[in-house]
Design a protein around this ligand. Structure first.
Ligand SMILES: Cc1ncc(COP(=O)(O)O)c(C=O)c1O
Length: 417
């Protein structure tokens, strides 16, 4: 079964086999085999510690927030606002008012692009992203740049899949209004040097947005230490529910930004002569929010905090290192990207076999991976590939999961000759 000697993967307290039992979806067989779930960068599975409070909310508390004069509404409001405080503590924000609940990373970036971007970006200005960004961190900026007559600049990356910091230093200038960059690349697993990029941006006097979709809940994220202005993440990639996510914004910036959407809950008073908006974060949460989602997300961050973010990061890093070594020994397999700082994401291709076909054969073996362009078409163009196969790890994955992946890949190789 094993494709080499296994390194010690987990610190004593983190036992993925035990953690796995917390996740009902992982207990089922798929195509008659135990499920090996390696598509965590797309979405993570949910522990009972998240599923139960969400169900309890609907059973016992369900009511609308911020507007009720009855007991259930008070309880729902308290749970929702407590969730904000829990998330603020988790990310080490200075103030819970810096946490805006949104649908996910995509909406968080759109909010900043439409509100901050439209009000600050003019015709001679520039927005800087990198060559490894997810479409969610390209297209909203492209749209704003087009609308404002501004220019989108792209930080180059090396063949290993690392940000070219010198290239970044050349690009970021007094014309730059914002640098928007992934904390961790969803396709290559590279952990980007955010502190260095924030330093460059500070010298140029521009803002920094960090797309934390692949980092939050997989490694410690300390917003005060990172020093960025905005941080975006998605609950469903953090063991929480779908449809909930977070935009962190430094309070003075949020206070200076116009609303993104308009309607109920985000107003202080409405007259036909004019409307006065709420202060942040409520200014940016128009309409009924995803109350159960916020409660589930708070439960999710408490769950991962109880496991220890340092231990989770080390476990996933060790799994990725084991996987790159094991995959490279499968004939015909080529690892795509070799960043020195890698999170638990590994992309690969097999000569002569389309990644979708790899994914289909692996699925028959009970191994769930992702195949495609991973919403990173410009990155695929840079790499000269139409697509890759991608294995992505979480705290419940084991070395045996990697062994199942390599064994299934050998089968795929036989199937496709
Ligand atoms: C790096 C990165 N950014 C943004 C997104 C978009 O996240 P969501 O679809 O949850 O909004 C993803 C999703 O895969 C991602 O990996």
């Amino acid at each position: 079964m094993s494709s080499g000697s296994r390194p010690p993967l987990a610190a004593p307290e983190l036992d993925p086999a035990v953690i796995r039992r917390d996740f009902p979806a992982l207990q089922q067989p798929v195509h008659g085999r135990p499920l090996v779930y390696l598509d965590n960068a797309a979405t993570t599975q949910k522990p009972s510690a998240v599923i139960d409070p969400v169900a309890r909310y609907y059973r016992e508390e369900n009511a609308n927030v911020h507007r009720g004069v009855h007991a259930l509404s008070d309880r729902a409001t308290e749970s929702y606002e407590q969730a904000r405080q829990t998330v603020a503590r988790f990310l080490n924000a200075r103030d819970p008012r810096e946490i805006v609940f949104v649908r996910g990373t995509t909406e968080a970036i759109n909010l900043v692009a439409c509100s901050y971007g439209r009000s600050r970006i003019g015709p001679a200005d520039e927005v800087v992203v990198s060559a490894m960004e997810h479409h969610s961190n390209i297209v909203p900026w492209q749209a704003v740049c087009e609308e404002r007559g501004a220019r989108l600049r792209v930080i180059p990356i090396s063949d290993a899949g690392e940000i070219d910091l010198d290239g970044c230093a050349h690009l970021v200038s007094d014309r730059t209004r914002i640098v928007s960059i992934a904390h961790v690349s969803n396709a290559l697993g590279a952990i980007n040097p955010i502190a260095d990029i924030v330093r460059l941006a500070r010298c140029a006097g521009c803002a920094v947005l960090v797309d934390g979709a692949q980092a939050a809940a997989h490694m410690p994220v300390d917003l005060q230490e990172l020093g960025c202005d905005f941080y975006a993440c998605s609950g469903h990639k953090m063991f929480g529910p779908t449809g909930i996510g977070v935009l962190y914004g430094r309070l003075p910036l949020l206070e200076s930004m116009p609303p993104y959407q308009h309607g109920g809950d985000m107003i202080a008073s409405v007259r036909f002569e004019g409307t006065e908006y709420q202060l942040p974060p409520h200014r940016f949460e128009a309409g009924t929010p995803h109350i159960a989602g916020a409660i589930g997300l708070a439960a999710a961050v408490e769950y991962v905090s109880s496991l220890g973010l340092d231990r989770i990061a080390e476990h996933e890093r060790a799994l990725a290192a084991y996987a790159t070594e094991a995959l490279a020994r499968v004939p015909g397999v080529r690892i795509v990207g070799r960043p020195a700082m890698r999170a638990g994401i590994v992309s690969f291709v097999i000569d002569g076999v389309h990644p979708h076909d790899i994914g289909t054969v692996l699925d028959r073996e009970g191994v769930a991976i992702r195949a495609g362009h991973h919403c990173c078409q410009p990155l695929m163009d840079r790499l000269g590939l139409p697509a890759t196969a991608r294995a992505s790890f979480a705290c419940y994955n084991t070395a045996a999961d990697v062994d199942a992946l390599t064994s299934a890949l050998r089968t795929a190789r036989e199937v496709f000759g």
